[in-house]
Design a protein around this ligand. Structure first.
Ligand code: FAD
Length: 388
């Protein structure tokens, strides 16, 4: 069995890449370790930035992916209970994104790929790349019946997330990795409770909190916590009490909590995002904290760059875009890492009770105040949120 590209992993990176390759007329097989229902249920991100919507528009996938999804037009930053709205649509010159849960995008991308005859294999065990530094790589995997398969290919796309097999198959000396621990914890829940009118960031001396819509009848809450907290430290009563306190809203409606977790507030970047004929895409190459909502969007941006480069290599014999793949992606990755870190520092240090009366806290407050008093400063944030 052979194909042009084996895509390992069917998250946002792998499914976007698979659809773009199909549009480009490049053959591919997607191998996913989990079952279809597991992949369809995995709820994480909730915003497609403007740059991601452009990717789907440019590749003729707007109807399949974006249809009916609401615009992400503004955010609220609530400081000690006082609301400030940033009108992202106006500030970014109309470059808004879409508010859409990750699992909706994943389901739509799977449907678009398979309806078009795409080859997507779930429950693929022991997926292993071979010969990535040579001219003829292969990928082996075991199907649910226990049969071992081998697929020969021109290129392998490692879209298997942060803990996948592809980055681990690159010799350590061939890659520089950068890792940063932000020194805080974020406890997060998904709840079947009314979403806020706008994505909401709240700053108070009780700790940072955020509440984001996840579809019309659910929301995700993020509550700053100790880095070593475990989900069991947070019962429902504590969650809603802290949310009300931090959001400054005594009447915040509660609802059944459907998922709890502690998010690792850690960033990671691998450079280069390529080794031989293996290309790393999305979380396989880099992770970013949820602050700023960029993880899924970087995965889609990488997939776009790689699909164009593979089309050039396979259709036109032009390997230059592939040679530039890593540098092209990493420029955007570092820009967004800086933005995410900048937001994290500002949002946390502005409220941090332990920093009360300190120089650092005054600086964080000044940064925040600048967003509400300087239009160029607010426009810079809107530009980065748009995926600039
Ligand atoms: P993944 O989504 O991790 O997909 C990788 C796929 O590969 C999975 O389906 C996995 O099962 C499969 N796989 C793994 N190993 C193998 C193997 N050995 N063989 C075959 N398949 C394999 N991003 C945002 O943009 N905005 C947000 O607000 C946001 N919030 C988040 C909140 C939480 C709680 C979390 C955890 C993440 C959040 N993110 C957010 C990040 C975002 O979810 C990820 O960046 C995004 O899922 C990355 O997509 P990916 O396809 O690269 O990786």
């Amino acid at each position: 069995e052979s194909t042009h590209v084996v895509v390992i992993g069917a998250g946002p990176a792998g499914l976007t890449l698979a659809n773009l390759l199909r549009s480009a007329g490049v053959g591919c097989v997607v191998l996913e370790r989990q079952s279809r229902s597991y992949v369809e249920r995995r709820q994480r991100a909730g915003v497609l930035d403007h740059a991601s919507t452009r990717v789907f528009e440019e590749w003729g996938l707007a109807d399949a992916v974006l249809a009916g999804t609401p615009e992400d037009r503004a955010i609220e930053i609530r400081v000690d209970g006082e609301p400030h709205v940033l009108d992202l649509r106006a500030l970014s010159g109309g470059r808004t994104g879409r508010a859409v849960p990750q699992q909706v995008i994943v389901a739509r991308l799977m449907a678009a790929f398979q309806d078009g005859g795409g080859d997507l294999r779930f429950d693929a065990g022991e997926v292993t790349p071979h010969g990535i530094d040579g001219a003829g790589p292969t990928v082996t995997y075991r199907d649910p019946a226990g049969t071992l398969h081998e697929i020969a290919c021109d290129y392998i796309a490692g879209c298997d997330g942060h803990h996948g097999v592809t980055r681990a198959s690159v010799p350590a000396q061939a890659m520089t990795t950068y890792s940063y621990d932000h020194g805080i914890g974020w406890f997060t829940v998904l709840a079947d409770a009314p979403p806020p009118r706008l994505p909401l960031f709240a700053i108070s001396s009780h700790g940072f909190a955020a509440q984001f819509p996840r579809g019309p009848a659910a929301c995700r809450l993020y509550l700053e916590c100790a880095p070593d907290d475990v989900p069991d430290d947070w019962n429902d009563e504590r969650i809603w009490k802290q949310a009300r306190l931090r959001l400054g809203d005594d009447a915040l409606p509660a609802g059944p909590i459907t998922e709890k977790g502690v998010v690792e507030m850690r960033s990671f970047v691998a450079d280069p995002m390529r080794y031989g004929r293996l290309f790393l895409v999305g979380d396989a190459a880099h992770i970013i904290t949820p602050m700023g909502g960029k993880g899924m969007n970087l995965a889609i941006a990488d997939a776009d760059v790689l699909a164009r480069a593979l089309r050039a290599a396979l259709h036109d014999g032009d390997e230059e875009p592939l040679a530039a793949y890593s540098a092209t992606c990493l420029r955007k990755v570092w820009n967004q890492q800086e933005f995410s870190r900048w937001l994290t520092e500002m949002m946390h240090e502005s409220g941090d009770a332990a920093l009360a009366g300190s120089f650092r806290r005054q600086l964080a407050r000044a940064r925040l105040d600048r967003l509400f008093t300087s239009e160029p400063a607010a426009r810079a944030v809107a530009d980065l949120l748009a995926g600039g």
